[in-house]
Design a protein around this ligand. Structure first.
Ligand SMILES: C[S@@+](CC[C@H](N)C(=O)[O-])C[C@H]1O[C@@H](n2cnc3c(N)ncnc32)[C@H](O)[C@@H]1O
Length: 245
């Protein structure tokens, strides 16, 4: 997977892309991240990338032309490049959308800044994504979120195949609680079943806990989650007990 990040602040990416799992994936050649400075595509003596808004108003607007030139320089070489504009006005980035993005061979991530980008940028954009209902100062952190979320879905990036398979959202539920050593900490013990070596019992416990946790914290996820008859029965019992029945 190739990520091209179009930004006015390439330096913001260096450290996050050099460390942890994403850093290892870059070093192992499992993903490639190209940082493209939008200013390199600006024209004129002063290489201007932003200007005042037509009609007046606060702040500056990023010009469309340098970004469009930067995007075209990539898509002319590789028409498979899928152009994603990071914007609070985009579709919410959810796990399912991340799974779809991970199927692509190349993502071109466009980071806005100031008060946003000239509307005509949308001519070259395939998809608009938001990382949440809040406004960041720039698209750089949002682009890093996309790289991180998508990179961990690429085969071999997490080291052991299927490591993301039980993650929260991957089956429409929150993940079950996890424990590691010691067996007891400040009087709190690891649930006995996890020490039993009985893998069927462990799987049952984990499913039950994932359902319980999702019902408690994110009941909005349940209508879309693929549930078995047994899951539905468990949820019914959990609901009854929460009503004190
Ligand atoms: C200050 S914001 C501009 C917001 C714009 N004036 C608006 O109201 O829609 C500057 C840039 O940050 C990025 N950004 C801000 N919030 C974001 C979010 N929730 N998700 C993705 N990108 C975001 C976008 O690239 C945006 O162009």
């Amino acid at each position: 997977m190739i990520f091209d990040i179009l930004t006015l602040f390439p330096e913001m990416f260096r450290s996050p892309l050099e460390h942890s799992i994403v850093g290892r994936a870059v070093h192992a050649g499992l993903i490639e991240v190209n940082l493209i400075n939008i200013r390199d595509y600006a024209v004129g003596k002063h290489l201007i990338t932003d200007d005042y808004p037509y009609g007046g108003g606060r702040g500056m607007i990023m010009k469309a032309e340098p970004i469009i030139c930067a995007v075209r320089a990539i898509t002319q070489r590789d028409p498979a490049g899928h152009v994603v504009l990071l914007t609070p006005q985009g579709a919410p980035l959810e796990q399912e959308r991340a799974n779809q993005l991970a199927e692509r061979s190349r993502l071109i991530l466009v980071c806005g800044g100031y008060e946003g980008i000239d509307e005509r940028i949308r001519d070259v954009v395939d998809e608009e994504l938001s990382i949440g209902d809040y406004v960041l100062t720039g698209g750089e952190l949002a682009a890093l979120v996309v790289v991180d979320v998508v990179a961990r879905l690429i085969p071999d990036v997490l080291g052991n195949d299927g490591a993301s398979a039980d993650d929260t959202f991957s089956h429409g539920l929150l993940e079950f609680p996890q424990y590691t050593r010691p067996r007891e900490f400040e009087g709190k013990k690891v649930p006995h079943v996890l020490l039993s070596g009985d893998h069927r019992a462990i799987d049952r416990w984990r499913r039950y806990e994932a359902l319980r946790r999702t019902l408690e914290r994110r009941p909005d996820l349940l209508p879309k989650a693929p549930l078995s008859e047994e899951d539905v029965q468990i949820l019914g019992e959990l609901e009854k007990s929460s009503r004190g029945e």
